[in-house]
Design a protein around this ligand. Sequence first.
Ligand SMILES: Cc1cc2nc3c(=O)[nH]c(=O)nc-3n(C[C@H](O)[C@H](O)[C@H](O)COP(=O)(O)OP(=O)(O)OC[C@H]3O[C@@H](n4cnc5c(N)ncnc54)[C@H](O)[C@@H]3O)c2cc1C
Length: 302
Amino acid sequence: MKNKYDCIIVGGGIAGITAAIYLKNANKDVLLIEKGTMGGILNKISNIKNYPGFTEISGPDLAFNLYEQAKANEIEILLDTVIDIKEEKEGCKVILKDKEFETKYLILATGKEARKLGLDNEDELIGHGVSYCALCDGNFYKDKDVCVLGAGDSALLESLYLTKICKSVTILNKYPKFKGQAKMLKDLLKHDNVKILYNSLTTSLKEENGKLVGITYEQDGEEHELATSAVFVYIGSTPNILSGLDLDLDGKYLKVDENKKTNLDCIYAVGDVISKDLYQLVGAADDGMIAATEIIKRLNQE
Ligand SMILES: Cc1cc2nc3c(=O)[nH]c(=O)nc-3n(C[C@H](O)[C@H](O)[C@H](O)COP(=O)(O)OP(=O)(O)OC[C@H]3O[C@@H](n4cnc5c(N)ncnc54)[C@H](O)[C@@H]3O)c2cc1C
């Protein structure tokens, strides 16, 4: 492993892997650093039906294909966590717990994390009834009554997955309508073990012997209780922004130009960590391709 690279990519989701493939194919020295599992959020998605080339594919299968493609392209991968980044005179320094690298260019492809409910005992109940990943934890609640909290595509998609495992799935949507795709809602309503509660905001988690046993929710100004073995939370996400850099934000997300460059000259950002209208796989891959192509152009001009 070298100390200095043409480009270091932080994050091994679809955006980061796509960027790495383009850079490597242009013969550039590239290092991809991933703190968890290659494929990123894909490992938590039950089913994908809109990714070109696959009528239907599970998230983990697509993640595995991407990892295999990265290996086939001989991309250097380091499984570790980037804890800080420092801008240098030329390029920047990438800091890990017990290593440092220099790079001419950096691509941030760090994605986003599920947003929590912010309720009192939420953290203690993670793994004991509170989950942010139906695909990872759904099987622990086989034949049980569960709830899904959320109003978007992720809540609908993962509810559909849970209908096949759990006895019943109650979706609590704090709005009067869903924001997700109408087709997904239609598919979901074909299952008779699904119930939807609109205008319903979860206000507390009821625990007994260290396990979730129910929730309290408010609907039209009234408080109700509901017994449940699990809540699967899909209420949005927060981007993973690395500290140590003075990067411009648009809301909570990184602001980039049309070439995916941040306000700092050697730092690009791609995928779910940047501000954009739609967070989808093809868009994340496209971001990775655009940033890599621009960096290749700049490296070739040196
Ligand atoms: C439930 C769900 C269902 C979805 N369904 C679809 C769908 O059907 N179709 C579709 O097109 N899109 C779908 N999406 C959206 C799509 O999955 C994302 O837009 C896309 O995968 C984002 O890719 P990414 O590479 O930007 O981020 P991620 O896949 O999140 O990758 C980011 C990676 O960065 C790593 N990382 C973060 N910080 C650090 C650090 N400090 N050091 C090292 N590594 C770090 C993380 O571990 C992670 O692996 C869905 C999303 C969800 C949540």
